[in-house]
Design a protein around this ligand. Structure first.
Ligand code: SAM
Ligand code: DTB
Ligand code: SF4
Length: 349
């Protein structure tokens, strides 16, 4: 059975009240319970997270997902963390959408380097229909290389989600970013409900959901618990959960915030693992700043996916060679290596 199909029923903060499904309250993750996990002594929290992780991912592998910015900069939104918002002076230049050959070359290289998922990101509030033709062609061609496909293009209408599904897209990434009550501190050009609406359209189209957030934006521990509760109470919870550590970029409003205690970041990963036991929890942006020891703690806390490749969208990620060396040092196998050995066993070669 696929790792994404065995999800316990959870309640639900779905996009529109009409779509809400009421399940027994016992199946929910009330924020207080999530906060109680955050408040556990560190070792106890790590132990619980390890137990959950081992029970649900016996292979203990790490997924490598490579990102490509297919349309960089010039975005009309005002997300306070984002170097691609046109209104902030961050040195990111607005570029046109990439051509298909450039995308295909990057995808092939990602595959050759051992990635199994390829995620295409665009600096849009939402895609225009003329953009959709190009993105669909990208999705079809990347999928034909044998990679899992993911896209993050901003808010989607129902018909756009359906078009992506029909083109063969596997995952759609759309982050809730933070707790509902903290959202206005970070973004004013859209509302939390807009994000939930898009997530609803993505689910209805039959796409898998990649949804997470950012920590270190000045939110409280309770608000970190609020973000995780939102994610865990989606019904079903996301198959992929990227947990980003804020990358502070000069020129953005969030630049200069006091840095988050790294143990809070590790705790956030552990709580995500416990509350969403079958999700791929991705240790996402900010790994360069975290360093190897904190990343190792995140893997112990249940992270089992990383963005892999020298660049995220516009900022630097650890070098691919360094990542391979780190995984090797920690004795962690990649998802690609595990899949390959399963294939070899089944063909007897
Ligand atoms: N424009 C689309 C959107 O906002 O949904 C897709 C691209 S956007 C860059 C994808 C995600 O990247 C954001 O939702 C946010 O979680 C993350 N992100 C952007 N800038 C970041 C930063 N400086 N540090 C950490 N994460 C960041
Ligand atoms: C996600 O949660 N993080 C990625 C991906 N989804 C698209 C993006 C991180 C962006 C970090 C800032 C930058 O490189 O521009
Ligand atoms: Fe635009 Fe996405 Fe950046 Fe917000 S996060 S400014 S929507 S690219």
């Amino acid at each position: 059975m696929s790792e994404n199909t065995l999800q316990e029923p959870k309640v639900v903060s779905l996009h529109r009240p009409t779509a809400a499904i009421t399940l027994p309250p016992a199946a929910t993750w009330p924020r207080e319970e999530v906060l109680a996990l955050f408040d556990l002594p560190f070792n106890e929290l790590m132990f619980k997270a390890q137990e959950t992780h081992r029970a649900n991912f016996p292979d203990g592998d790490v997924e490598l997902a490579t990102l490509l910015s297919i349309k960089t900069g010039g975005c009309e939104e005002d997300c306070g963390y984002c170097p691609q918002a046109a209104r902030y002076d961050t040195g990111v230049e607005a570029k046109k959408i990439l051509d298909i050959d450039t995308v295909l070359d990057a995808a092939q290289q990602a595959k050759d380097n051992g990635a199994t998922r390829f995620c295409m990101g665009a600096a849009w509030r939402s895609p225009k229909d003329r953009d959709m033709d190009k993105v669909e062609e990208m999705v079809r061609s990347v999928k034909a290389l044998g990679l899992e496909t993911c896209a993050t293009l901003g808010m989607l209408e129902e018909h756009q989600a359906q078009r992506l599904k029909d083109a063969g897209l596997d995952y759609y990434n759309h982050n809730l970013d933070t707790a509902p009550e903290f959202y206005d501190n970070v973004i004013s050009t859209r509302e939390y409900q807009d994000r939930l609406d898009t997530l609803g359209h993505v689910r209805e189209a039959g796409l898998k959901v990649c949804c997470g957030g950012i920590v270190g934006m000045g939110e409280s521990r309770e608000q970190r618990a609020g973000l995780i509760a939102q994610l865990a109470n989606l019904n079903p919870y996301p198959e992929s959960v990227p947990i980003n550590h804020l990358v502070q970029v000069e020129g953005t409003p969030l630049h200069g915030l006091p840095p988050l205690d790294p143990f809070e970041f590790v705790r956030t990963i552990a709580v995500a693992r416990i509350t969403m036991p079958k999700a791929r929890v991705r240790l996402s942006a900010g790994r360069r700043e975290l360093g190897e020891a904190v990343q190792a703690m995140c893997f112990m806390a249940g992270a089992n996916s990383i963005f892999y490749g020298d660049k995220l969208l516009t900022t630097d990620n650890p070098e691919a060679n360094d990542d391979r060396a780190l995984l090797e040092k920690l004795g962690l196998r990649t998802r690609g290596a595990v899949l390959e050995s399963v294939q070899k066993e089944s063909c007897g070669c």
